[in-house]
Each structure stands twice: as structure tokens, then as C-alpha cells.
Design a protein around this ligand. Structure first.
Ligand code: OOB
Length: 552
């Protein structure tokens, strides 16, 4: 196990093995098994590229060899920032084949996040594209490498010429091995990949997912969701996110012999075209994206006969939208309440109508442990809301290299405090009713309030800042900031956004409203009273909604 990752207690590890949850197989060896089972069936579809299961196995093996020849070794970590494409899958599996763990960044992340994560994980290389949607990722990669001394190689897809420490990622993933190399046997209880949590404090926390636990994550999910060789899964949201990667996602599709199709954007046009062209049966959405699809489907009276299930998660979905979406898209809506930290809940096909519409489902595994506790740490009475705590075979026992944070994020006996407030019904279904973590959920993208507060407080105009969500009909929540200015200073929302952008953070984290106030309200112990600020924002939004001037 890599230094800084927390192992499960040995007796539980033993139980998970004997119960068959942990199979002791490195993820990078799975393509061989899949190839033996599914041979010449199509595994991946990306534009005009089609890759069969047999080809996938060969290409993972040769990419792993090329990575080894390049000097990557078991125990190394690698930053990966790629859009939705087949190269992402090849790279993740090739890394897993040789015990190199990719840190899966979202395309929206920027220099500041890359530098922080590169330093935190001691990454030895960074893999990205030359440009995506007009953004120069290659230039960003060079800036990041200057600030992260451990990075000694840049792997850039579509890079113009290979020079010095820069290698063409496409060539590395597409060409037969340049030289032979003996490949190591990775330890299946070691880290296979790193996912990012948005749900905590400060810069994104890193979650080390082992081969054993992540393989169960997507295999178990695929079983619960009924994935099989007929499944055509469309990756429309970022495939580096746990929802699309492994819940059951692309990897769950591959483990089931289905086809995983990639599109670069979740726009209704791109998604509907792909559904029609490839006969897509399953795909994942966050509520904000689902609403865009519904609106477009209604406007164009589109018919999508192949579509069977749209999975919706990342944020609470109202029951009314579940009903309407099922009608408009003429398919089943499956609710998914998951987290990069592990626990996944799914509504099931045979659920009652009530459970399917009103709840966010129940845990994927019979060995997921659930507690719902009150402020005193006591289990709440049945049906009463409380904080959700969890442990289980695919919920790691700590964030990577974060001992300080782990003391509060986990209990002494290994329960992960999700920060989500839930109710649980007699059948074990969970309803998410709120959260106690200081996070903004902007259309499914999580933003830690204190990360933005710190960035705002670094601006010379600002004496103090508090970041809170404000309600929004499209995205559910957006980022708002209350700021106290220093004597004689002024600052507009536009200026603040410009300055934060220049500091190199992902655009989705930028405040969209800035409210200048004289002081921030305080709690009895002298902390900023976030509750009061949240109420203030909600009241303002309610007043606005009631005011005819704002109705359209
Ligand atoms: C997914 O993962 P993350 O890590 O981006 O965010 C996790 C958090 C949860 O703790 C919860 O606060 C919220 O997102 N959340 C939901 C939800 N699904 C996630 N809140 C209400 N209702 C839901 N259905 O978001 C994620 C990972 C795997 C599968 C699906 C979602």
C-alpha cells in the first residue's frame, strides 16, 4: 500500500475477500479477462474510433509497456486531465497494469488545483491534451511542471513535437511497444486510482481507491443496475468523475461486455445524436443537465427508442422531475446518491413508485454499513433525519495523506462522516434532506466554501469573506460571497471574478454574486454565522420569486 493511504482493518479485509467482494485482481489485468469473454465485441466507441475487447487488452498491455520504458514505476502517481475520450480508459487501465496510480482531474480544473494536487500526491508526470475547447492545456502543463518539482514528464495528446521531457500521449497509447519490458504484478490491495472529493474543506481532498475496492465498486454497481452485453453506455458527463467512471459507468459497462460511447459534451444535441447513432441504452446525468435534455426533448419531440435508463445523481432530484423526465424521455429514471469517497445508493427497477420517485435509493452492497446520527452522535429514531455515516468494502478509511483532516472526517472506528443529512425508511432507502458540510453543490459540482473564502481573503481589497450557496432554478445552487471591504476600497463581482480567474482556479467555483456588507454576522462563539447568511440569501431569493418584477 502506498504511504499515506489507509488500509481497512485486517479482519474486515479478510471478510471482504472471503465474501467475494475483493477478488485480488489488479484493474490492469481485467482487460485480458474481458477479452477472453467478449472477444471481438465492441468495447469503446469514440468518434470514428472503435476498439474491440481483444484490441483493448492488447493496447492496455502495450501502453503499459510504453509507460514502463518511459520510466514509470509501481508506486508512482500521475496527474491525468483528459476530456471524455477512449485514451482516458486506455491510460487508466495501462497505469493500473503497472501499479502507477492516476489522479483523475476534471477538465475544468486549472493551474492552482493541478499544482496543489501534484504536490500533494508527489506526481511524477502529468498527462493531458494539447488544447480542449480553446484552452491551452499544454501551456498550463508546462507552468504546473515548473511549480511541482516531482513532475519529470509531460504526456500530451496531440502535442506538436516530442522534445526533452514532453512525450506524445497518443503515440504512447496507440503504438506497439517501442522496446520490450517486463511488467510488474501490482498489489491488488494497493491504490489503483485517485478520485477527488469536492465535499470537504480547502483544496480538493484526494481519495485513494484500491484495485480491490474499485473493481467491486463498478462490478457490484453493474449487477445492481442490470448491465449486460446489451448495454450501450454513453459517457456524457466527465468520465473522470466516479459517477461516469465506475458507478457503474464506463468500467461497469466493460466488466459486463457492453459498449461504452464517449461524447465531449453533455449538450442535448451531442447527447441525442449519440443516443440515436449508437443505440445508447444507459447514461448518467446531474439534475441540471437532465432538465436541459428534457426541455430540448419536449421542444423537438424527439424519439429515443433505444434509451432504457437515465441515471440521475450528484444532487437532489425532485420527485416531480423524476415523473416528468420518465415521460418526456420515455425511459426509467434511476436515482443515484453516491460519493467519490465510496458509498453508492441506487433505486432499483422493482422499487415501489414511491421509493423510485421520493428516495435516493439504498446501498449497493449488503456489506455497506449505515448509521444516521444526531448532533450528539446518537442513532436517530427510525425515519428521523440525521448525519449519514458509512463504512464498507468500497469506502476507504481515510483521505490520502491527510491525517489531520481524517481525525474529523472519520470516527475513531472508521466510519466516514458524509456531511449529508438523510432520513432512512424501513426498507433502508435513503432520502437526502440537507447537509452539514460547508459545501456548495452547483449543479452537481461541489465547491468547498472555505477554499473560495481563502482566495477572496487574499485579495487586498477584502478584509473578510463568507461564501454561501444561493438558490437557482437551473443549477439548484450557485456560489455567492459576502465580503467586508477594507477602508476606502471598492470591488465589483466582475473584478473579483477576474482576479480569482487569474489565480488559476476552475471556473465553476467562481462566485456569481458578491454582496458587500459592513460586517459578517457572528455566532455566540465568534465564528461567522453561515446559517444566518444562508437564511438571508434564501429569504432574498424567496422575496424575489414573489415579486412580479422578477417573473418571466
Ligand atoms: C457524486 O459524487 P461527489 O463526490 O461529486 O459528491 C458527493 C456528494 C454527496 O455527499 C452528496 O452531498 C451529493 O454529492 N449527492 C447527492 C446525490 N448524489 C450525490 N445529493 C442528493 N441526491 C443525490 N442523488 O456526486 C456521485 C458519485 C457517484 C455516483 C453519483 C454521484
Amino acid at each position: 500500500m502506498r504511504h499515506g493511504a489507509t488500509a481497512w482493518p485486517p479482519e474486515l479485509a479478510e471478510l471482504y475477500r472471503t465474501e467475494g467482494y475483493w477478488r485480488g485482481l489488479p484493474l490492469g489485468l481485467l482487460p485480458e479477462q474481458w477479452a477472453a469473454r467478449y472477444g471481438d465485441r465492441t468495447a469503446l466507441v469514440d468518434g470514428t474510433t472503435r476498439i474491440t475487447y481483444r484490441e483493448l487488452a492488447t493496447r492496455v498491455e502495450s501502453a503499459a509497456t510504453n509507460l514502463t520504458v518511459l520510466g514509470l514505476e509501481p508506486g508512482d502517481n500521475l496527474l491525468v486531465q483528459l476530456p471524455n475520450c477512449h485514451q482516458l480508459v486506455l491510460l487508466v487501465l495501462a497505469c493500473a497494469r503497472i501499479g502507477v496510480a492516476p489522479v483523475l482531474l476534471l477538465p475544468a480544473h486549472r493551474e492552482r488545483e493541478l499544482v496543489a494536487l501534484g504536490r500533494h500526491t508527489g506526481a511524477v508526470a502529468l498527462a493531458t491534451t494539447a488544447t480542449t475547447r480553446g484552452y491551452d492545456h499544454a501551456a498550463q502543463a508546462r507552468r504546473v511542471a515548473e511549480q511541482v518539482p516531482s513532475i519529470r514528464r509531460l504526456l500530451i495528446a496531440g502535442c506538436e513535437e516530442e522534445a526533452g521531457t514532453e512525450t506524445d500521449l497518443d503515440a504512447l497509447l496507440d503504438s506497439p511497444p517501442v522496446l520490450p519490458a517486463a511488467l510488474p504484478d501490482p498489489d491488488p490491495s494497493d491504490v489503483a486510482l485517485f478520485l477527488l472529493s469536492g465535499g470537504t474543506t480547502g483544496t480538493p481532498k484526494v481519495i485513494a481507491r484500491t484495485h480491490n475496492d474499485y473493481e467491486y465498486n463498478f462490478r457490484g454497481s453493474a449487477a445492481v443496475c442490470g448491465f449486460d452485453t446489451g448495454t450501450v453506455y454513453l459517457a456524457a458527463l466527465p468520465a473522470a468523475h466516479n459517477f461516469v467512471l465506475g458507478s457503474p459507468g464506463v468500467l461497469g459497462t466493460l466488466a459486463s461486455g457492453g459498449q461504452a460511447v464517449f461524447v465531449a459534451s453533455p449538450s442535448p444535441t451531442a447527447v441525442f445524436d449519440a443516443i440515436k447513432t449508437h443505440g445508447v441504452t444507459h447514461l448518467a446525468a446531474v439534475p441540471a443537465v437532465l432538465r436541459r435534455w428534457m426541455e430540448s426533448a419536449e421542444r423537438t419531440s424527439i424519439d429515443l427508442p433505444s434509451l432504457r435508463v437515465v441515471q440521475v445523481g450528484g444532487e437532489r432530484l425532485e420527485p416531480e422531475t423524476v415523473r416528468r423526465a420518465a415521460q418526456v424521455l420515455d425511459c426509467r429514471i434511476q436515482q443515484v446518491f453516491g460519493m467519490a469517497e465510496g458509498l453508492l445508493n441506487y433505486t432499483r427497477p422493482d422499487d415501489s413508485r414511491w421509493a423510485a420517485e421520493e428516495t435516493q435509493g439504498r446501498p449497493m452492497s449488503p456489506h455497506d454499513e449505515i448509521r444516521v446520527i444526531d448532533a450528539n452522535g446518537e442513532e436517530t429514531a427510525a425515519g428521523e433525519p440525521g448525519e449519514l455515516l458509512t463504512r464498507g468494502p468500497y469506502t476507504p478509511r481515510g483521505y490520502f495523506r491527510a491525517p489531520e483532516h481524517n481525525r474529523t472526517a472519520f470516527t475513531a472506528d472508521g466510519w466516514f462522516r458524509t456531511g449529508d443529512v438523510v432520513r432512512r425508511d424501513a426498507a433502508g432507502n435513503l432520502v437526502v434532506v440537507g447537509r452539514i458540510k460547508d459545501v456548495i453543490n452547483r449543479g452537481g459540482e461541489k465547491i468547498a466554501a472555505d477554499e473560495i473564502e481563502h482566495l477572496l481573503a487574499e485579495l487586498p481589497e477584502i478584509a473578510d469573506a463568507a461564501v454561501v450557496p444561493y438558490p437557482d432554478p437551473d443549477l439548484g445552487e450557485r456560489v455567492g460571497a459576502f465580503v467586508v471591504l477594507r477602508e476606502g476600497r471598492t470591488l465589483s463581482t466582475g473584478e473579483a471574478v477576474q482576479r480569482l480567474t487569474a489565480s488559476g482556479i476552475a471556473a465553476y467555483k467562481l462566485p456569481e454574486q458578491l454582496w458587500v456588507v459592513d460586517t459578517l454576522p457572528q455566532t455566540a462563539v465568534g465564528k461567522t454565522d453561515k446559517q444566518a447568511l444562508r437564511r438571508l440569501v434564501a429569504d432574498r431569493a424567496a422575496d424575489r420569486a414573489a415579486d412580479p418584477q422578477y417573473q418571466h
